[in-house]
Design a protein around this ligand. Structure first.
Ligand SMILES: [Zn+2]
Length: 200
C-alpha cells in the first residue's frame, strides 16, 4: 500500500517536513470523504452527514464503522483544536449522548461511560486524546483495560507533539498500519505490551 509506505517514511519528520504534514492532512480528508456527504463543512457543531450506506464498505468501515456516531462527531471537530480543547469537546459530546465522564484519580486519563458499543466506541472501547469511551464506569474497569488505553493516550500524544494536528494518530492508526485491526495493528501490539488485553 503506497500510502502506508509514504506515512512510514514521514514518521520521523512530521515535525519539520511540510510535504509530510500535507500528506497527513490529505489522508485525514480522504477518511472524512469516505464517510461524509459534505466533507468540507468543518465545524464542531456540524458533525458529518453520512454518505449513503452503500459507500460505507471496505476496511475503513471495519475500523470506524464500529463507532459510527463517534466518527461522525470527530469528522466535524476542527483538526486545529489543541489537545486540551479536543478532550473538552469529546467529553461535551459524551454528555450530549447521555454518557458521563470521570477523570482518573491517579493517571492522566478520563473514563467516559454509559455509551453504546457499535455507536460511540468500537471493540472494548475507544480512546481519543486522553479520553477513553466505553460502557463501564471507572470503578468497574479492569486494570488491564486501563493500562492498555493509557498506552493509546501516549500514542495520541506522541503524534500530537510532532505535529499539532490531532487527527495525526488516527491517520497513522488507520492508514499507517495497512488498515489492520486487533493484534495485527502495531499500535495495538504496543498497547498490549502494557495492558495485555488482547494477549497479542
Ligand atoms: Zn487498543
Amino acid at each position: 500500500m503506497e500510502l502506508q509506505r509514504r506515512l512510514k517514511d514521514c514518521h520521523d519528520k512530521l515535525d519539520s517536513d511540510k510535504s509530510c504534514q500535507v500528506l497527513v492532512k490529505n489522508s485525514w480528508n480522504s477518511l472524512r470523504r469516505a464517510f461524509c456527504k459534505h466533507p468540507n463543512a468543518v465545524h464542531p457543531a456540524d458533525g458529518c452527514e453520512l454518505t449513503r450506506t452503500a459507500n460505507l464498505t471496505g476496511p475503513i468501515l471495519s475500523l470506524f464503522g464500529a463507532s459510527i456516531k463517534l466518527f461522525q462527531f470527530l469528522a466535524g471537530v476542527s483538526p486545529r483544536l489543541d489537545a486540551k480543547h479536543l478532550n473538552e469537546e469529546v467529553q461535551k459530546w459524551v454528555v450530549r449522548q447521555g454518557g458521563k465522564c470521570e477523570a482518573d484519580r491517579w493517571r492522566p486519563i478520563t473514563v467516559c461511560y454509559g455509551l453504546k458499543k457499535g455507536e460511540h466506541f468500537g471493540d472494548g472501547g475507544t480512546t481519543i486524546g486522553n479520553t477513553f469511551l466505553n460502557d463501564v464506569p471507572p470503578a468497574e474497569l479492569r486494570k488491564e483495560v486501563l493500562y492498555h488505553e493509557l498506552q493509546h493516550t501516549k500514542q495520541f500524544e506522541f503524534y500530537y507533539n510532532k505535529f499539532n494536528f490531532w487527527p495525526t494518530f488516527l491517520v497513522y492508526y488507520t492508514y499507517g498500519t495497512g488498515l489492520s485491526r486487533g493484534c495485527a495493528n502495531v499500535y495495538e501490539q504496543e498497547a498490549d505490551l502494557h495492558g495485555n488485553l488482547y494477549r497479542c
